[in-house]
Design a protein around this ligand. Structure first.
Ligand code: ZN
Length: 448
């Protein structure tokens, strides 16, 4: 046996025991608006080996087998999971140009660090960039960071600018969905300064920063009283943090049908403590997960999930069941943001927001917990493939999009948009990064 033959035999023996690499085959059809994706679908309550059909921006079939529309492109993925696009229930997208912040001490509540000199110094580059009229670039940079982790809808971009209509969905900005301008209202300042009321006929989700502090912190608990006094505790209310809350507050939130948004990493960094999720679950609350922001939160949704799972193990005695994790980044935030008629599940009639991840475990939940940025295979937003392995995008959008290397994996991202007539839509990622870096050399990396 010569050396070459021995190598071939060694490879044949070794290959099946090696890591299962996701493989994708693409057969390009004649009609770019129609796609059939075949593989393991996480719906997300159920796992199904089957097919999903995209027509335009909408999912039209999810079943063991679907009739392929004429001219459809066919995509077959193996050793991978096909998820509904992830929803980051809470973020401050434009702030994610900033690097990690190491606070000089621990705090009791949000007012303490927000008013500190250390924070003002840290935040200054954000104000400077905004002052140079670079907010569109900052938001889009933050959106690309989210897109790279499979996020297709994100909360936390103040309404007003048209430039956010490209890339992923911004919850407050109607997100290219048929909702009214006031469908979602967000309030992140001190609730005491909230003026007027909420017209619950128009507004279906009121997303409010509340009680961000250590458990039982008096100032944080007063915020809950203020919320109730102003008539703002309702089934459409989604409380971000509620970290100071105990039995009484969660009982009242549960009775009102309000929702809870949890950002453990940022809480732990600032307060060495986080929201009492076991009590919230006991009171029947649906919990969503959000990164909050990169400076004190996680770099991406996978790290936030891992932090949450660690807290669950260390402090909650496993009170959060495994079945909840995927829901906390799909179904639950879709409901908290009142967007569940459009996103959060793989089902006919919903928007074709789809995230495909390499399988790292036979169980999709365990697989997500082990996922890193290089494992993200494809991200579709409204039937448009915006990010994928280079080989896939080279076939589906030849000659378009920008190449990038993510931990050794060749990817492509499609940032430039020539279809929407909105401000700065035709900027490439390279142009966005260059202008931000020129004005701010310490710009946070896209793939930390
Ligand atoms: Zn926040």
């Amino acid at each position: 046996m010569n050396v070459a033959t021995r190598w071939v035999i060694a490879l044949v023996i070794l290959l099946p025991t090696g890591p299962a690499w996701a493989a994708t085959t693409v057969t390009v059809g004649t009609d770019p608006t129609k796609v059939v994706i075949k593989g393991t679908l996480v719906i997300p309550d159920q796992v199904l080996d089957g097919e999903l059909v995209i027509e335009g921006d909408t999912i039209t079939c999810v079943a063991a087998s679907c009739t392929a529309p004429t001219g459809a492109t066919r995509v077959t993925v193996t050793n991978a999971y096909i998820f509904p696009g992830f929803i980051d229930a809470h973020n401050h997208v434009a702030y994610n140009v900033l690097p990690r912040w190491t606070p000089p001490k621990l705090y009791k509540n949000r007012g303490q660090w927000q008013g500190s000199d250390a924070y003002k110094v840290f935040k200054k580059p954000y104000d400077d960039l905004k002052g140079k009229d670079l907010e569109c670039e900052m938001i889009k940079y933050g959106e690309v960071k989210a897109l790279l982790s499979g996020v297709t809808t994100i909360q936390g971009t103040s309404p007003g600018s048209q430039c956010v209509r490209t890339l992923i969905r911004n919850a407050e900005n109607q997100a290219n969905l048929p909702t009214s301008a006031n469908h979602i209202r967000t309030f992140i300042l001190d609730i005491g300064s909230f003026q007027g009321g909420i017209n619950w006929t128009a507004t279906k989700s009121f997303v409010v920063h509340l009680a961000e502090g250590v458990r039982g912190d008096p100032k944080s608990l007063t915020e809950f009283t203020t919320l109730k006094t102003k008539g703002l505790l309702a089934s459409g209310t989604a409380v971000i943090h509620g970290a100071a809350f105990g039995d009484t507050e969660f009982q009242q939130m549960g009775a009102a049908g309000a929702k809870l948004i949890w950002s453990p990493r940022s809480n732990l960094v600032l307060y060495a403590q986080t929201t009492n999720i076991p009590v919230a679950l006991q009171k029947g609350l649906e919990v969503s997960l959000g990164v909050d922001w990169n400076p004190s939160g996680s770099d991406h949704i996978f790290d936030e999930l891992r932090t949450a799972a660690q807290v669950n193990e260390d402090d909650f005695s496993g009170a959060i069941p495994d079945a909840d994790w995927i829901k906390m980044i799909t179904l639950n935030p879709a409901k908290a943001l009142a967007l569940d008629a459009f996103v959060g599940r793989l089902a006919p009639g919903l928007k074709a927001d789809i995230t495909v991840l390499r399988s790292r475990d036979d169980n999709p939940t365990k697989s997500v917990m082990k996922t890193h940025l290089q494992d993200v295979q494809m991200v579709w937003v409204g039937g448009d493939l915006l990010y994928a392995n280079k080989a896939i995008l080279d076939k589906i959008k030849p000659g378009e999009c920008e190449a990038m290397l993510v931990y050794g994996s060749q990817k492509k991202v499609c940032v430039k948009n020539t279809k929407l007539q909105v401000l700065k839509a035709t900027q490439t990622l390279d142009q966005i990064r260059t202008i931000l870096q020129t004005n701010y050399p310490l710009l946070a990396p896209l793939t930390p």
